[in-house]
Design a protein around this ligand. Structure first.
Ligand SMILES: Cc1cc2nc3c(=O)[nH]c(=O)nc-3n(C[C@H](O)[C@H](O)[C@H](O)COP(=O)(O)OP(=O)(O)OC[C@H]3O[C@@H](n4cnc5c(N)ncnc54)[C@H](O)[C@@H]3O)c2cc1C
Length: 281
């Protein structure tokens, strides 16, 4: 195991702190992954109230006491895909995930992203390492222990190479300054060190971790759950989507339960269309 850099050690401490502060709203994933549902805006009552503007002045005052009519309305809105009431409820997640997971996640365009920058900071010096479950398909290990040992060594080499080159670049810049070949540093950021980081990050693998704030409305979050919790989504993003769903379900249980019912019903209707109701068409 190679030595992790200072920023990575700080991030590790921060994850532990967030878990202690918000145990029900956080999850660790894989060897360095993390997800937290930091904030939500609105709830089931928000959805029901905004939908009811079409027909009545009656509004729910809180998100706890739902009548059968409220529950039925929520179900019907979800089933019939009445989109806009679901755009009134927002979530902000923070997650630390490998870059290859982020590349899939960012395809969900209807959301806002703020990501850790390797232009301004050194990389998080830990790479995702698949565990035995991630390496196994139907009981068959597609990568064995020897392959994973080499994989880890390769990742460690990349992080070590980055550290060596960055520290060499910083020494060159400092020396040139001492000799008057470069002007003194002005303001907060050093453009020479910044350019070195910009170039050196090119060797970072897609298994390197990144850190993201993801702000998303419920309509888009539901689409993410539908697509990324399905069996055909890649194992790693599924782990994050399942964790995000569990955190969301703790916060808004009625919405989670009703959404899952509609997704299951539509999946079973789709299976019936393909196979026929008796399963033999
Ligand atoms: C199993 C799986 C495999 C995949 N493989 C690949 C792959 O090989 N390569 C690849 O590039 N992507 C791949 N994707 C990503 C996929 O193509 C979608 O980009 C991703 O799932 C995001 O879905 P979305 O567009 O519905 O989400 P969002 O971008 O969040 O959009 C939500 C909805 O808004 C509407 N919308 C958004 N933007 C527009 C627009 N410009 N015009 C009209 N309507 C819009 C659409 O109704 C859309 O469904 C894969 C996804 C899955 C689940």
């Amino acid at each position: 195991m190679h030595e992790i850099n200072k920023a990575t050690a700080e991030l590790q401490e921060e994850m532990a702190r967030r878990i202690a502060l918000n145990p029900g709203g956080t999850r660790r994933i894989g060897n360095f992954g993390f997800i937290e549902l930091e904030e939500t805006w609105g709830d089931e009552a928000t959805i029901i109230n905004t939908a009811r503007i079409s027909t009545t002045n009656q509004r729910l005052q809180n998100g706890h006491d739902f009548s059968e009519r409220d529950r039925a309305l929520l179900y019907q809105l979800l089933r019939d895909q009445h989109g806009t009431p679901f755009e009134t409820v927002y979530f902000r997640f923070r997650f630390i995930a490998p870059i290859f997971v982020l590349r899939q996640w960012v395809k969900h365009r209807i959301s806002s992203w703020n990501e850790f920058s390797m232009r301004y900071r050194k990389p998080i010096s830990v790479a995702y390492v698949p565990d035995a479950a991630a390496c196994t398909v139907d009981g068959f290990a597609v990568l064995d222990e020897a392959a994973i040992t080499e994989y880890e060594a390769l990742m460690a080499q990349l992080f070590d190479w980055y550290e060596r080159q960055y520290s060499a670049a910083c020494s060159r810049i400092d020396l040139a300054r001492e000799r008057g070949k470069l002007g003194p540093k002005e303001g907060g950021r050093d453009p020479y060190r910044g350019r070195a980081r910009e170039l050196l990050r090119n060797v970072m693998p897609v298994a390197a971790y990144s850190d993201v704030y993801w702000t998303v409305n419920f309509r888009s979050l539901m689409n993410f759950f539908k697509l990324r919790r399905k069996k055909d989504a890649q194992y790693e993003i599924r782990e994050y989507a399942d964790a995000a769903f569990a955190l969301f379900a703790t916060r808004l249980p009625l919405l989670a339960e009703t959404m899952q019912r509609v997704i299951d019903e539509s999946a079973s209707a789709a299976a019936d269309t393909v196979q026929g109701p008796s399963g033999n068409a």
